[in-house]
Every structure is written in structure tokens, then in C-alpha cells.
Design a protein around this ligand. Sequence first.
Ligand code: SF4
Length: 274
Amino acid sequence: MKVVLANNLGFCKGVEKALEKAEKVCSEAENKRIYFFGEIVHNKLVTDAFIGKGAMIIKSPQEIKEPGIVVIRAHGIPDKDRKKLLDSGNEIVDCTCPVVLKGQRLVRESDIPVIILGYKGHSEVYSLCGSSDSDVPVISSLSDLDEILPGRYRGVVQTTFSKPLLDKLIEKGRGKGIEIELVNTICRASIVRRECVEELAEGVEAVVVVGAQHSANAKELVQTAIRKGCPAFLVENENSIPDEVFAYNIIGLTAGASTPESQYLKVKERLEIR
Ligand code: SF4
């Protein structure tokens, strides 16, 4: 099987920086406790490697019994959790991606009501909502707009949100008198990877995206290929490639922004020996 790699794939700058900082914490912590607030990035291999270096993954500040160093994930955390961590004597190493920090700032400083355009339940959306003192509605689908009253809103977008869905939401909102003053914070890394998949999809029989099943940017790469009329598959690693992929002769390979190079190269190798 021939495998063609996307021109841009795998770790983005935000992930690289977050991992560099987290590695430094693990190598310099000496005998301090190390906690990671959620997965530093959406990748099991990466998370497991940090657990192997002594990090404990927590989901809330209440889980910490003995203060230590808390590494904040690339998707950020709500302001109230940050405050609790500091108040209980922890040191914070903030690995929040600068693009997410910008979104949080926009929510915090908005002088009109905010809505988040993003996926409900995603850790970044949770952190964006947590940058406001009031309840912030999250719009993930067209039907969510039915719950919003007409008026003017600041729209802050999840960094990995779908652009075609965003466009539809804005259009439907306008028709219902919901004027969304949009700050499009879909990040450059997501945009570039999607453009590369569009190019890739034109010259291959199917696309394989290597990434976590819960990674928004990996899932959107799959949808991008499908919109171009190309079958696409999301696989975690070389052992989880569906049988139907092996029926193709030319595969385009890409990887989400949290997928290490070693992981997608193993998938490439596995496809090529077939
Ligand atoms: S995908 Fe975008 S927002 Fe997420 S870490 Fe990378 S650059 Fe930052």
C-alpha cells in the first residue's frame, strides 16, 4: 500500500510548548508532588508517559491532599479552579495554549453577554465558560440556538471548532435576531491541518487520521476529508486500524495536533507492509 503524508500534521506549537514545560516540571520537581490538571493534551501515550514520571492526573482541586506543583493542561481550566489551587498552597505551571488564553480573556472582558461556539463537554469549552462569573451558554448545534433569546452577543469560538458548522450557526442566529459579534478563535494550526487534508483527499483513495477518539481537532480532520468526498478513518494507533482500510491502495495519512510523530509513523509503517 502507498501512504502519502499530509504536508502538515501532528504536534502544533501550542502542544510542543506545553509538553516542553511539563517535561521541565517533571525533571526539576525534586521531591515535590506533581499534579496534572486533566490530560495535558488529548493523547493517552503522552499522558501515560507523564504518569510514569510520577505525575498524578486530577480532575478537580479537591483531589489534592498534599500541595505540590499543578501543571495546567493546554486546554486551560476555569478561573475558580485556578483560585482554589493557589489558595490551597499549590504552585501552578500554566501550559494553557496562548490561543485558549486569548479566548478566556475575551470571555472575561466582554461588555456584552457571551456565548461559546464549541463542543459541549470539551475541556476547552469548560475552561472558557469558567472565565465568566455568569452562566455562559454553549452552542454546539443548530437546535441549541432555539434556547437563545434575540439580542447582541459576543461569540467566542473553541479553537478546534468546525468552520462549516460555525458559518451555519451564525447564519441561523441572524435569522432569529441573534446577532453574534464573532471573535473567531479557531487556531491557525487547526486551519492549516484542515487545508492540508483537503489537498491530500484529492489524490488518495481514503484518509487515515491518527489521533484520540475524543480529540476535537482529529475528529474535524476526518470530517474535512469526508466533506471532500473521501472516506476517512480515525485510528488511535497501529493496532486499531479497521480492516476496511487495507482494501485501499493509496492512503493519505495525517495526525491530530496532539499525536506524537512516533505514533503516526508506526501507523504508516503498518499500512505500508500490507
Ligand atoms: S491545536 Fe491550536 S489551540 Fe490547541 S494547542 Fe494547538 S495551537 Fe493551541
